[in-house]
Design a binder for this molecule. Structure first.
Ligand SMILES: NC(=O)c1ccc[n+]([C@@H]2O[C@H](COP(=O)([O-])OP(=O)(O)OC[C@H]3O[C@@H](n4cnc5c(N)ncnc54)[C@H](O)[C@@H]3O)[C@@H](O)[C@H]2O)c1
Ligand SMILES: O=C(O)C(=O)C[C@]1(C(=O)O)C=C[C@@H](O)C=C1
Length: 309
């Protein structure tokens, strides 16, 4: 494939930036890939593993004369990073982000972007429970959705060029309104993470009662259900603080359903339980059959990729 951007700067060198670096390099999509991360330790690890062509100690050096700047830091840090880099952005450059929440990132970043620079918010629906500069791998985005939430009046050529990069990294892309994105992701990603974290908390509480047995004999159901509870605490703290309303809305609905099932169990209403599980099983199977389950975990791929990027 051919070069789409001459120079790409990755700000924040974790799972997503690292996977982008591998995917761009493997497919020859960037003339030069440079990077910056806040912690000196992360920068050193990135240099040791050759993640980028250059890793800078100063974020402004990374964005100077750069065609595409990718903000790949926790959602709560996006605004501050945008403010730092804004005076050094090249006219005509594109700034995108990969944050899991869109409305609050747009509110935090857009005011800092100078005229003549294109800000195109985005979100790859792909990840693992691993984080940091060694966790990325080239195939992370393959067959995954990468949503763009362009602002009204965005430069269509700039959006198309970013779309070309995303497609060339193996992803599928679509456009969405930021508020709709945040509601959809609250259902499909944010609430499930909170529930998984909670389930581990419950198991830990019970462990004290059962004398370690909960952890020792943790069944496949618990393991499958709670894999995502091993995810980065900073990232998820920021997601919940910045997608507050949608997450609280979905958790309210979840709690109502849970109470309904709880009551059915208490009343011995087997018919209600069976009907509910029959309906939800059909929905879940439908997702797989429609081929929309490409974001489901694949443990073989993840562990292989994470250790051998
Ligand atoms: N992990 C996932 O599954 C996933 C999937 C899609 C999108 N995202 C989003 O992508 C972004 C990055 O997530 P990740 O999983 O790659 O995280 P990560 O923890 O693996 O990496 C984050 C990087 O940001 C750096 N960083 C933190 N604060 C910074 C700051 N103020 N300035 C500069 N660097 C800073 C850290 O040093 C680290 O290198 C987040 O916004 C997250 O919501 C994550
Ligand atoms: O597979 C996982 O480990 C993930 O949690 C990835 C996942 C998701 O919920 O699907 C997590 C957060 C993102 O913003 C996008 C993808």
């Amino acid at each position: 494939m051919s070069v789409i951007y001459d120079r790409v700067a990755l700000i924040g060198l974790g799972l997503i930036a690292g996977s982008m670096a591998h995917a761009m390099r493997q497919n020859g999509l960037a003339g030069e890939i440079v990077g910056y991360a806040r912690s000196a330790e992360t920068r050193q690890t990135a240099r040791d593993i050759g993640l980028c062509d250059v890793v800078y100690d100063d974020v402004t050096d990374a964005v100077k004369d750069t065609d595409l700047v990718v903000l790949a830091v926790p959602v709560g840090a996006m605004g501050q990073v945008a403010a730092e880099i804004a005076p050094f952005l090249k006219p005509g450059a594109t700034v995108t982000d990969v944050g899991s929440v869109k409305q609050s990132v747009i509110e935090a970043v857009a005011p800092h972007i100078p005229d003549g620079v294109h800000f195109i918010p985005g979100h790859p629906l792909a990840g693992t429970e691993h984080s940091g500069p060694t966790s990325g791998f080239a195939t992370l985005f393959r067959n995954r959705w990468w949503l763009l939430t362009p602002l009204p009046g965005s430069d269509e050529l700039a959006v198309q060029r970013l779309t070309d990069l995303i497609l060339a990294m193996g992803a599928k892309t679509d456009r969405m309104e930021p508020a709709h994105h945040d509601l959809v992701l609250a259902v499909t990603s944010h609430a499930p993470h909170l529930i998984a974290y909670t389930m581990v908390g419950v198991a830990d509480h019970l462990r004290r009662v059962t004398d370690e047995e909960v952890i020792q004999y943790s069944a496949a159901g618990f393991r499958d259900f709670t894999r995502i509870a091993a995810s980065d605490p900073t990232m998820w703290r920021d997601v919940f603080l910045h997608n507050k309303e949608a997450t609280l809305d979905i958790l309210g609905r979840f709690t109502e359903e849970l109470f309904m099932l709880q009551r059915a169990i208490r009343m011995g209403d087997g018919q209600q339980l069976h009907d509910y599980f029959t309906r939800t099983r059909a929905i879940r199977r439908g997702i797989i059959e429609a081929g929309q389950d490409t974001n489901a975990p694949d443990f073989g791929r993840v562990s292989e990729g994470a250790t051998k990027p």
